[in-house]
Ligand binder design. Structure first.
Ligand code: DTR
Ligand code: ZN
Ligand code: ZN
Length: 435
């Protein structure tokens, strides 16, 4: 759930909506191939990550602890079940998941690594959270919270498949509670060339403290800028994560000279009265009253904070690693002088609860052929239909996109349109935004 839209995001929405409003076009044969629009600030169209989906992951971690002796400590059955949970969700979303066994850890076990295979492999941005807990309790704020906001962001990225300018790598660490062991092992396993590829590491540890604050590691660094910009846009005035300095996995990367940042809401340290005045909550009480205790359960969750971290991560991914989502497709394909499909516009924002018409026409097909049109799966709550459903060379079809009031919110979601005749198949991509 995201309540605030950034100004820049609104500017993008307005620009795209403008294009979309010219969508109802006349006779197709006369329509020239549409110009590729000026690259919009698509990076700002970060998706709204569902806090309900994040909470569903927390519930799963809670039940994993409950059925495995009440905790998820490294080396335990609860930890291994946590690894399996994260791994299976990632694999179902299409990731290739690597388990790296931390052999030097007090409790040897897996770090889970998943990389989204877009963007240059020598420019990597990492997002990580420790997956282990302490043996005192289920470890829901510490650190199913960080693990879950990360997992949901990885799943959203895989669903949206935006154009990438950087490689995004997610990691869930073993053995943080014994001294950042899993992340240290990982960093030590990299060659200096591989370390050099990592342009930044973002850490998420305790992001739903019930009496928490809004803390950012290395608040004034360039690396922290997107995390800070998002929380600033919510009016949160984040502060430096003083309490957490050197105490979580970002430190392993910092020691290797890799720029770091991250979100945290605080552990056992106490909220000041100035912080209570600014953020609400109880002055003089710990940010997390259940820190490393048996009461760190799904009742120990600040859903508002959880949501703000989940959305801030998406904002950071989209700003740091996602390019302008509009690719030069559609009319451009016709330059190859072979059968192609063109659309006008080539991308659009569809407001939920409305429909929008897009013209689709074949170019450079053999004369007299009948070309059947179809579209790949749309986001949930969005339907796509063609009228007519097939066209002859020189004709055109209207593709109607209808978004229900509860349709999924997407930015730069590719819909592949396929044209098939008796001799030829061609495809083009249409980029869908919903708002
Ligand atoms: N790494 C945390 C320890 C920790 C202590 N204070 C903070 C503040 C913010 C984030 C983390 C921490 C743990 O896992 O226990
Ligand atoms: Zn801890
Ligand atoms: Zn922690």
């Amino acid at each position: 759930m995201r309540r605030t839209t950034l100004t820049a995001g609104l500017a993008l929405a307005a620009a795209v909506a403008l294009t979309a409003s010219t969508a109802t076009l006349p006779a197709a044969a006369a329509v020239p191939a549409p110009a590729v629009p000026a690259p919009a600030a698509a990076a700002l169209a970060a998706p709204d990550v569902s806090v309900a989906a994040v909470q569903a992951h927390l519930t799963q971690f809670q039940s994993i602890a409950s059925s495995n002796g009440g905790h998820r400590r490294a080396g335990s059955a609860g930890y291994r079940a946590s690894v399996s949970y994260v791994k299976s969700k990632l694999q179902a979303a299409g990731y290739t998941v690597t388990e790296q066994t931390c052999t030097s850890c007090t409790y040897p076990g897996s770090n889970v690594i998943a990389e989204w295979p877009g963007g240059p492999s020598n420019q990597v941005v990492m997002f990580g959270a420790h997956l282990d807990g302490v043996s005192a309790g289920p470890g829901i704020n510490d650190n199913a919270s960080g693990s879950s906001v990360l997992l949901e962001n990885a799943l959203v990225l895989a669903r949206q498949k935006p154009t990438m300018t950087k490689r995004v790598r997610f990691a869930w660490w073993n053995g943080e509670e014994q001294g950042l062991q899993g992340s240290k092992f990982y960093v030590n396993s990299l060659s200096s060339t591989q370390k050099g590829y990592i342009k930044g590491y973002y850490n998420f540890d305790m992001v739903s403290s019930t009496n928490g604050g809004y803390f950012i590691n290395r608040l004034t660094s360039t690396t922290s800028a997107p995390l800070k910009a998002y929380w600033d846009s919510l009016g949160l005035s984040p502060e430096e994560n003083v309490e957490g300095q050197g105490r979580s996995d970002d430190y392993s990367f910092q020691q290797a000279g890799i720029p770091t940042s991250g979100y945290a809401m605080g552990a056992s340290a106490r909220k000041t009265s100035a912080q209570a005045a600014k953020w609400g909550g109880t002055a003089g009480a710990s940010y997390d009253p259940c820190y490393h205790r048996s009461c760190d359960t799904t009742s120990n969750v600040n859903a508002t904070g959880l949501n703000r971290s989940a959305d801030g991560i998406a904002y950071a991914i989209w700003n740091v690693a996602v390019g302008t989502a509009v690719a030069p497709v559609g009319g451009v394909a016709a330059m190859a002088d072979e059968p192609a499909l063109a659309t006008s516009p080539i991308y659009a924002i569809v407001n939920r609860g409305t429909s929008l018409a897009v013209q689709v026409w074949p170019q450079y097909w053999p004369a007299g052929q009948t070309i059947a049109l179809s579209a790949s799966a749309a986001p949930s709550g969005v339907s796509v239909s063609f009228s007519p459903s097939s066209v002859t060379s020189g004709g055109s079809s209207t593709m109607t996109i209808t978004a229900s009031p509860t349709a999924e919110r997407v930015g730069g979601y590719p819909i592949t349109i396929t044209g098939t005749s008796s001799t030829t198949t061609a495809t083009t991509k249409f980029w869908l935004y919903t708002s």
